[in-house]
Design a protein around this ligand. Sequence first.
Ligand SMILES: NC(=O)c1ccc[n+]([C@@H]2O[C@H](COP(=O)([O-])OP(=O)(O)OC[C@H]3O[C@@H](n4cnc5c(N)ncnc54)[C@H](O)[C@@H]3O)[C@@H](O)[C@H]2O)c1
Length: 325
Amino acid sequence: MPPTRIGVVGAGFIAGRHVESLGSLPDAVVVAVCDPEPGRAAALSDHAYPDVHQMLDREDLDAVYVCVPPYAHGEPERAALARGLPLFVEKPLGLDLATATALAAEIEAAGVPTATGYHWRYFDTVERAADLLADRPPRLVSASWLDRTPGSPWWAVRDRSGGQLLEQATHLLDLCRLLAGEVTEVTAVAARSPGGRGDIDHVAAGTLRFAAGAVGALTTSCLLPRGHRVGLEVVADGLVLAITERELVIDDGERRTVPVGVDPFRREDADFVAAVRGEPVTPRVPYAEALRSHRLTVAVAEAAATGRPVTLPAPAPASAGGART
Ligand SMILES: NC(=O)c1ccc[n+]([C@@H]2O[C@H](COP(=O)([O-])OP(=O)(O)OC[C@H]3O[C@@H](n4cnc5c(N)ncnc54)[C@H](O)[C@@H]3O)[C@@H](O)[C@H]2O)c1
């Protein structure tokens, strides 16, 4: 079977990361990239286009990666779906819930394989954490994303990025769902600092109530000179787990540290390519599952914007104890 031919929409940081990891897979090839910024697509591919329509018109593709900022979701996905092409979509799925909900329905109708960029689920350490929690339900989740403001020009503009909750904390909220199950109610407050960039909130603090009984806290800041702490701690009876992108610390009276031993981007790309090739593989976070994490993230952002609690729909009984996929 010939390699799976992939086109990439957007040629920024995360597109480069996927081009690199797809290039390391034996059964995939990135054949074209598009980006409206002159020179960007050409830096990643000899077949460079200024927009998705020209790329799709001229190239024979098997799948499309959508690696655009939050404000640009919608058009690239629809252009790919119109040609029946499988989609890998970077998180967040969009600026709001309406765009992602409409796309989810269109994807469902098209019946194509999908995957999304919630790559934390591909850490081997997260798998280990989920195993450890299987017979010890979480009671408390404490998540923090305390970091610098990324340099992309759209990042600190509220109606382009949605702010730090949508752009970054959504990874942690996705893990909260994976490890502690669905959330039924959130509260949040947020504020700006004169020292912060753009018109986004620069700090936020929220609470989560989980259907299965756990409670959670989330704190974010993008005011720092560099990354300070990105991760979450999960407390169960007699056990605490601390998860970061580098390691898992397990403390059940005896403390041990397990370093991350895999490249989660390569694993998520390999799963998506396998699904596109018709192999019996289900990507861990297909679009419909990502929509649930996006809905939770939008709920926290809404609570922060309004100062009022936001209630989420109660989960179906089967998923009440966890959203593990
Ligand atoms: N999964 C992860 O860990 C991870 C990491 C980094 C970024 N991301 C996500 O990926 C998205 C992009 O982030 P980035 O860091 O690559 O940003 P970036 O600014 O480096 O790149 C975005 C690129 O998209 C291009 N673009 C904008 N509109 C477009 C359109 N309609 N068609 C084609 N290209 C378009 C821009 O010109 C730019 O080159 C963000 O939503 C971000 O949250 C995910």
